[in-house]
Design a protein around this ligand. Structure first.
Ligand code: DAH
Length: 344
């Protein structure tokens, strides 16, 4: 009985000393487990005087439940303690700076295309698109470039089969628009889109690039309307001081045809490397829509007339932002693209 008393006190002390749940568990195994001192004590019962057995048994049981309830108490206490420690350790400091998400920005070509679209929408134009895989009919035939005509060689073409190709110019959208509207007047559209040529890529050539076609057809449209429109565009894109000039040129689908130069926005026309010391920069081709083109689409060319132009979006972007290589637009170097986040 004396030993039992000691054991009781010893267990109580051991439980009090436990500072973690795992130590407490070890304690439980030690005192209440199958090989523990209380089990051993029970085995000793048979050696006792039968008269002493009940009191001894009761005492062992009392100690057992005493230890069990101490363990339960301690367990509850340690659980709270460990939870609090975890909460303390895992606390999130919401005052710390976060990571800034890596945001993209609009591609420079999209930027320039949108700028061009906005200025023409402001003039009352609508935006029209068309298929990139185009029929020979709309890309060439309806643009007054018949089969076997040498003008086809000027635009090295990716053919898909005898009838289909990757459009070489947005003039294909122009001919579709004419057909879609005929015989209604007026037509006032811009037609942006990707075009393809079998060119070797270099600093100024890309097998895929972007054009924007403009087309106006109505009664009495004249070359002076074209000139006013393009001068407005040049000033909007390159600054109020810009002027334009027309040079005679030749396109199958316009008559007369012109090439349009803008006075150099770098040197104000004095001459610099960008304008190759001429004071002028060529930006687009244009002209009065050829009567054949109007007639093929279903218009009476004696009753209406139109102007058209085709501008290279990369070319405008390169001039506007001083970009020296067209391949920058397509190689997706983030350092290059990021520069344009300032212009969004
Ligand atoms: N289609 C011509 C080209 O790709 C550009 C062009 C010139 C379009 C004159 C026109 C135009 O509408 O009138 O090179």
């Amino acid at each position: 009985m004396e030993q039992l008393k000691q054991l009781r006190a010893q267990a109580e002390q051991a439980i009090q000393n436990c500072d973690t749940l795992s130590k407490l568990n070890d304690c439980r195994v030690e005192y209440l487990g199958k090989k523990g001192p209380l089990q051993e004590a029970m085995k000793e019962m048979k050696n006792l005087d039968p008269a002493d057995r009940p009191a001894f048994g009761a005492s062992v049981n009392e100690i057992k439940s005493f230890i069990a309830s101490l363990i339960e108490e301690k367990k509850a206490e340690l659980e709270v303690k460990e939870m609090n420690e975890r909460l303390e350790k895992e606390k999130i400091d919401i005052t710390l700076d976060g990571f800034e998400p890596n945001l993209g920005n609009v591609h420079p070509l999209t930027l320039v295309q949108q700028e061009l679209e906005d200025l023409f929408i402001g003039l009352g134009y609508t935006v029209a698109e068309g298929p990139e895989v185009e029929m020979d009919l709309y890309n060439f035939e309806r643009a007054n470039i018949p089969h076997g005509h040498p003008a086809r060689d000027m635009q090295d073409t990716f053919y898909i089969d005898a009838e289909r190709l990757l459009r070489t110019h947005t003039t294909a959208i122009q001919t579709r628009q004419l057909e879609a509207h005929a015989p209604k007047l007026p037509i006032k559209v811009i037609c942006p889109g990707k075009v393809y040529r079998r060119d070797d890529d270099d600093a100024t050539h890309s097998h895929q690039f972007t054009q924007m076609e403009g087309l106006v057809v109505a009664e009495g449209i004249q070359l002076s309307d074209l000139k006013g429109t393009l001068e407005f565009m040049a000033k909007k894109m390159f600054g109020d001081k810009r002027v334009i000039r027309f040079r005679p040129s030749y396109f199958q689908f316009t008559e007369p045809s012109v090439e349009v130069d803008v006075s150099c926005h770098i040197c104000n026309g004095k001459g610099c490397p960008v304008c190759k010391h001429t004071g002028w920069i060529e930006i687009l081709g244009a002209g009065m829509v050829h009567p054949n083109v109007l007639e093929m689409a279903g218009y009476d060319s004696t009753k209406c007339s139109g102007f058209a132009f085709g501008v290279g979006v990369e070319r405008v972007a390169m001039l506007k932002y001083g970009i020296d290589d067209i391949r920058h637009f397509y190689t997706n170097d983030v350092r290059f693209l990021k520069v344009f986040s300032r212009f969004d």
